[in-house]
Design a protein. Structure first.
Lengths: 249, 249
């Protein structure tokens, strides 16, 4: 009995890193906290909006739905397709658009290329709890994962199902901070933390090596967005999904 | 005309790294050389067998098929499931089983968990050319890719669709050597070469960090296999798929 107790008290919850939405089916979400990671830029924008006082962020999968829902609740419809403000919308997926003056006490209805889709997939696969994370709210994410005591899936949104480094490095940042509290038998997690530790001293300096950087900066000039998205704890808020909305907790 | 010529002469073929069979659909294989990578152990075993004089290796997707084909051509049926010699077979997926005495001038009919399946997927997706690669035949793979002048997909077999580091680091080894000859806009490739460069000084020393190492060494004691699979150019042969067989070229 004592041995069993010791074993139980020593056993830690598991942690896995899922490198693409196309790999999500490999993981058991039913008893896990799933962290939706879309560093450029959905989950950075969500942190920014909630930190600046948005009542909630409603993620939706299409522009018409964003417009319709925003209209019915007097919210702000926003979103991007392929990195640009989506056609038919006035507001995009830039975390810097959502200042306290603009978003305070309002509801943001957001549709994006990758992050929104991954969140829907996690819902469909019965995730126990869903939160969203990016560098601007790293510490809050880590604290929540430690407090929950549950297994963790770090879900990288990637780019149209392809692996990307910025989401992977955020997973690595979480593991760098709190990995010791989990059982990790997962090459993805090992790689993620190695890549993060290699670059953590200057993430913004590393950014020009990222495929997505060129998509955003060369084509749209969003260097300020990139800097915000890669800076730790500039929007320290926990973003939890509940009843169709992401809310600050 | 002169400008066009310059542009054409400067344009390099593309190179991508596909981290899992479950991501293969994201890449255009029709005009590419696809390198099947299954370091532990299928593509190491294939290199070993061909280097030691096997006439060919026939990859098949089931044990009964392996037995049937081997019988009809007086070949050697072999294969593994979950790391062990598959039930019903006398020979497994260890590169050290296939000495010149045993395999010389014979045909190996091989079925494995991951590598065989990825090869079939590449065929189904109309890959222009398929070769197999692992550390024991790294230089031959690189030379072939340079000579072909075609675009390249480095296809990691992974473990049951999960990412693994040993296949990824072999992709990184190829990029480390010949990446400059290709156009690479692919975070997977960037990560692969970074991970390889971090560990290349002592791949065997790094092996205990790999999930798959524990599957093989702790459960089956295959440390010699691991060492063979991670040692560069110990079976210097090019393995090309043609008419249902992998043959030395």
């Amino acid at each position: 009995m004592e041995n069993l107790f010791n074993e139980m008290s020593q056993s830690k919850p598991s942690l896995h890193t899922c490198l693409s939405p196309a790999l999500l089916h490999l993981y058991d979400l039913a008893n896990s906290v799933v962290v939706i990671i879309d560093v450029f830029r959905a989950t950075s924008t969500i942190a920014s909006a909630l930190h600046n006082g948005a009542r909630s962020v409603i993620p939706v999968d299409s522009v018409p739905k964003a417009i319709e829902i925003a209209k019915s609740i007097d919210g702000i419809a926003a979103g991007e397709r392929d990195g640009m403000i989506a056609e038919g919308l006035q507001h995009g997926n830039s975390p810097l658009e959502y200042s306290r003056d603009f978003i305070g006490n309002r509801i943001l209805v957001l549709t994006t290329t990758n992050g929104t889709r991954l969140l829907q997939m996690a819902l469909d696969r019965n995730a126990d709890t869903i939160i969203s994370g990016s560098f601007p709210n790293l510490s809050k994410v880590c604290q929540f994962l430690l407090d929950s005591g549950k297994s963790v899936i770090l879900g990288c949104a990637g780019w149209k199902d392809r692996f990307n480094l910025e989401d992977t490095m955020f997973a690595g940042a979480v593991i760098d901070r709190i990995g010791d509290h989990f059982t990790i038998h997962c090459d993805s997690s090992r790689m993620a933390v190695d890549m993060y530790r290699q670059q953590k001293a200057d993430l913004i300096g590393f950014a020009p090596q990222l495929t997505h950087y060129h998509r955003l900066v060369n084509r749209f000039g969003l260097i300020k967005d990139i800097e915000f998205c890669l800076t730790i704890d500039t929007a320290p808020v926990l973003s939890v999904y509940r009843d169709g909305k992401l809310v600050a907790k």
